[in-house]
Design a protein around this ligand. Sequence first.
Ligand code: PGA
Ligand code: MG
Length: 224
Amino acid sequence: MNPPALIVFDLDGTLVDSAPDLAYAADTMLARLGLPARGVEAVRGWIGNGVPMLVKRALTGEMWPEGEPERFDQALPLFMEIYAAHVCDRGGLFPGVLEGVAELKRQGYKLAVLTNKHSKFTLPLLEQLGVAAYMDYIGCGDQFDKHKPHPEPLLKTAERFGVRPEQCLMVGDSTNDVQAARAAGYGILVVPYGYRSCERVEDLGADGVIDSIAQLPALLRRAA
Ligand SMILES: O=C(O)COP(=O)(O)O
Ligand SMILES: [Mg+2]
């Protein structure tokens, strides 16, 4: 592996354990609508396709609900309001993230985040967690027409940095990240602790697995 010209991190499940705050927002929203809570374990499995999809999943209890569920129009703004006020109360960075990104930055790598999450939540979250300062670019769901697993955000981000997709490395936690990276032509590494839907991390079909972001600087040094 040549040293990547750009390293792109997924957010939820890769850098940030956002499930506790997302579950709080979902369950508070459901309570305000007079509906029963779903709990953090269920919500953890529903993260990765953006907030509107998470709200649909919370309303129906289904992974791929068809059409627009009843009360979605009421539920979405409620969720947005609650989550915006509690974006980083319960969750935090996964172990090794801060050390890893700080070391990669020190070594001169260009770093970015690409998430399906809206910038309204992503930017305050990464600021509060002290990661934003290490990033050369933060791309969010509302800034692109298409979202991961579509390759568009990755292709546009490579273009923005003036590099070819084959020179870029994505680090993610889910099928969305692997599919987007493959379709764009990026390399792809995955972490085992995130919010994937399959049981074994190896089944994601990435180029490799790293236990923590803190391992990445040494791995890239060895590969250079
Ligand atoms: O589901 C979301 O809102 C974002 O998820 P991602 O950071 O894993 O892309
Ligand atoms: Mg993710």
